[in-house]
Design a protein around this ligand. Structure first.
Ligand code: PMP
Length: 430
């Protein structure tokens, strides 16, 4: 029996002072049940919880830890930067270096640094509206772009595509300018632009969605989106917060070369610190304050420690690093399919480069959110807890990506693979 009493006590204490005991909802294990593990430290591919259990980490802080935890060179860069002061509120060379490191490999001429993916998407849409002088935006159901109000819209019912608030606290007025469409549905996109084209500032999409599980774009879908937006004078915005520097050195753009007008990054580019960016064509970025009229700012934006961690991480992320992670992802995902098939568990495993996830479903494929949402989350919960008991930390939700790092070596992968058959049987019996 795994000891979890310290985690349980810390969770109780946390719940008294923090809503739900967590600072981001999915950490609370609400969708899989049970008590979240409180983490004491992490190294390489492992998390160590406060009861001393060592867990192979397949969450990697929801993507950022591409090199594994506490990479020695990243830690050295961070401690060197911290010793020089933690924030100045004035420009530094470190910010230019991080931005140069990014634009050398990704589709943007200029970037502005911010502190989270949410800030990046919120700011990029303000800029798109400022540039075009239009109000509406188009997004896809199941694509998550952070928790800015206008992006927390749900799809309207039936033929109505105008968004309705996805949460209390967001006004109907805000989401009335958000059009929510089914993913991978060209007809819905064509129809929405035919009806609202002259009012649409931007279409925003995850370069390859990972927030409903991995649902890659159908062949040519991103190119179709960019072309349709441009036909109507709207901007094509690619959200690479999750995929950026995760699936290739230049993000999903390295797999599917569709040039965005504007793009967002986060996660890996901050090396585990709160750091993100938005950017794109210089002519659009010139409309931001202080050059232009579109206001955007941040006390801690471009923080010197975050910039040091980000630049060091990206410079260490060589082609070999990605090749290694791709290979491991292939091995592991094959083993998952094998174990689930052997236990007779219906499932679909989908990839976008080295990102993958498993849907517990009878459907032949998962092209959109409606299909993803119909999966058997009870089976996932059983699978998740069997893996956790065996020392493997999977995402505590069926709708999330499994992330690997360059530090996931044979020992770590073997531990995951050997836990799979029993977890697959647990899913079969759920
Ligand atoms: N966009 C995408 C594609 C994301 O995956 C996320 C976070 N999972 C965000 C935006 C929001 O980023 P953050 O959590 O840093 O605000």
């Amino acid at each position: 029996m795994t000891m979890t009493s310290r985690s349980a006590a810390m969770f109780d204490a946390a719940k008294r002072v923090i809503p739900g005991g967590v600072n981001s909802p999915v950490r609370a294990f609400n969708s899989v049940g049970g008590t979240p593990r409180f983490i004491a430290e992490a190294h390489g591919p492992y998390l160590v919880d406060v009861d001393g259990n060592e867990l192979v980490d397949l969450v990697c802080s929801w993507g950022p830890m591409l090199l594994g935890h506490a990479h020695p060179q990243v830690i050295e860069a961070v401690t060197t930067a911290a010793a020089r002061g933690t924030s100045y509120g004035a420009p530094t060379q470190a910010e230019t270096e991080l931005v140069e490191t990014i634009i050398e490999r990704a589709p943007a001429e200029q970037l502005r640094l911010v502190n989270s993916g949410t800030e990046a998407t919120m700011s990029v849409l303000r800029l798109a509206r400022g540039v075009t002088g239009r109000d509406k935006i188009v997004k896809f159901a199941g694509c998550y772009h952070g928790h800015a109000d206008s992006l927390l819209a749900s799809a309207g019912s039936g033929l109505a595509t105008l968004g309705i608030p996805g949460t209390p606290g967001v006004t109907a007025g805000t989401t009335a300018d958000t059009i929510v469409l089914p993913y991978n549905d060209r007809e819905a996109v064509t129809a929405a632009f035919a009806e609202h084209g002259a009012d649409i500032a931007a279409l925003i999409t995850e370069a390859s969605p990972g927030n409903m599980g991995v649902v890659p774009p159908a062949e040519g879908f991103n190119a179709f989106l960019a072309a349709t937006a441009h036909e109507h004078g709207a901007l094509f915005v690619s959200d690479e917060v999750m995929t950026g520097f995760r699936v290739t050195r230049s993000g999903y753009y390295g797999i599917d070369k569709v040039e965005p007008d504007l793009v967002t990054f986060g996660k890996v580019m901050g090396g585990g610190f709160p750091c993100a960016a938005f950017g794109g064509r210089a002519e659009y970025m010139a409309q931001l304050a202080p050059l232009g009229g579109v206001y955007q700012a941040g006390t801690l934006s471009g923080n010197p420690i975050a910039a040091a961690a980000g630049t060091t991480t990206l410079k260490l992320a060589t082609e070999e690093v990605y090749a290694g992670i791709d290979k491991r992802a292939g091995e592991l995902s094959s083993a998952v399919t094998e174990a689930l098939s052997a236990a007779g568990v219906p499932h679909v495993l989908q990839h976008a480069g080295n990102m993958f996830s498993v849907f517990f479903t009878d459907a032949p494929a998962v092209p959109d959110y409606a299909t993803a949402a119909a999966q058997d989350t009870t089976a996932y919960a059983a699978f998740f807890h069997a893996m956790l008991d065996a020392g493997v930390y999977l995402p505590p939700s069926a709708f999330e990506v499994w992330f690997l790092s360059a530090a996931h070596d044979d020992a770590a992968i073997d531990k995951v693979i050997s836990a799979l058959p029993a977890a697959a049987r647990a899913a079969a019996q759920s």
